[in-house]
Write a protein that binds this ligand. Structure first.
Ligand code: PHE
Length: 340
């Protein structure tokens, strides 16, 4: 029996040495060390031995078992380590490399422009106000001197929420809110925000876009203050050699009303494709606050005067970056947005 055990040990160990793949280990274990393995088969014969022979044989059998188990463990560890080394070498992981920076988003191109506008007007003492995008017909139209059925309503194609409520078609209703809230103090604010127009969406017009309203109300405010503020803003935003031009216009809530242009940032005024060969680019509408509107805001027009302006945000951006289509701004196309 001792001979038998010894042979078993020798063959088992020899066979173990030939195993180079971890996957083959369980098979070896089953064959030699499991309950149905060869060692167990030998141990079963212990009962047939005489009482004198049994202890020595039992001890020898245990030693073999220990030896096999130990070597199995060792071999298994070695193979697993080798497999890991191999895997690491193959994957080429360099654990000393610094981590990859995680990707942070950035501000939308319109937000960047808005913040620049806040900065420029902030430096001139304008506070930033926000007013609701869902407005009453009263604030959006009536109190701005646009009665129901007045043909001037055609200037703003409107999304109606119901008979009396609209998505604001411009930021001008904010004028009424600011006046009502601030009377009898002088006012110098800008009101940025989204506005909505029930319009066909095309390359040049969206049904949603940004405006920045400006409003100044005081005891001695004149047209020249308005023009000076617009000139300062134009220069700070588009370069100190920019020139402005004003044209007569019409808005129901300003009197007189003007349109403000600046000389074309591409050709400097000589005429090009961008300015449609006029040499000028539109900045926005403006004017002196209409007496009716001052009155609606609670300010006596015989005592107070004021100016207001409304400038676009997307239009100048289209020009500045040569963007061919306004729909890119809200198309959520990262390839577009990441350029700014
Ligand atoms: N609200 C006008 C528009 O949307 C612009 C404007 C604002 C004109 C303030 C004059 C004064 O077209």
């Amino acid at each position: 029996m001792l001979v038998q055990l010894n042979t078993l040990k020798e063959t088992a160990l020899q066979e173990l040495e030939t195993i180079t793949d971890v996957d083959q280990l369980p098979e070896w274990h089953r064959k030699y060390l499991s309950k149905k393995g060869e060692l167990t088969q030998v141990l079963k014969q212990l009962g047939r031995l005489s009482a004198e022979e049994r202890p020595a044989a039992g001890q020898a059998a245990n030693k073999v078992k220990q030896a096999l188990t130990g070597r199995f463990q060792e071999h298994q560890d070695r193979l697993k380590e080798a497999a890991l080394d191999q895997q690491l070498a193959k994957d080429d992981i360099d654990i000393s490399l610094p981590g990859r920076p995680c990707h942070l988003g950035h501000l939308h191109v319109c937000t960047q422009m808005l913040r620049q506008i806040y900065q420029v007007f902030g430096e001139m003492g304008f506070q930033i106000y926000e007013s609701p995008e869902v407005e009453s017909d009263e604030n959006n139209f009536q109190l701005l001197n646009i009665p129901a059925y007045h043909p001037a309503r055609d200037m703003w194609d409107t999304f109606w929420v119901n008979d009396q409520v609209v998505l604001r078609t411009h930021t001008s209703p904010g004028q009424i809110r600011v006046m009502k809230e601030n009377f009898p103090n002088p006012i110098r604010v800008i009101l940025p925000g989204k506005v909505y127009r029930y319009e066909q969406v095309t390359q040049r017009s969206e049904h949603q876009f940004y405006q920045v309203e400006g409003l100044a109300v005081g005891l001695n405010i004149r047209m020249t203050d308005l023009i000076g503020v617009m000139q300062e803003a134009t220069k700070k935003m588009f370069g100190s050699d920019r020139k402005n031009r004003i044209r007569g216009s019409y808005f129901p809530f300003t009197e007189p009303s003007i349109e403000i242009d600046m000389d074309c940032i591409f050709c400097g005024g000589s005429g090009c494709r961008m300015c449609k060969h006029t040499g000028w680019l539109e900045i926005g509408g403006a004017g002196m606050v209409h007496p009716v509107v001052l009155n609606n805001g609670g300010y006596d027009p015989d005592v107070w005067s004021g100016f207001a302006f409304g400038i676009g945000v997307e239009r100048p951006l289209l020009l500045k970056h040569g963007i061919p289509d306004i729909r890119y701004f809200y198309g959520n196309d990262l390839n577009f947005l990441q350029q700014f």
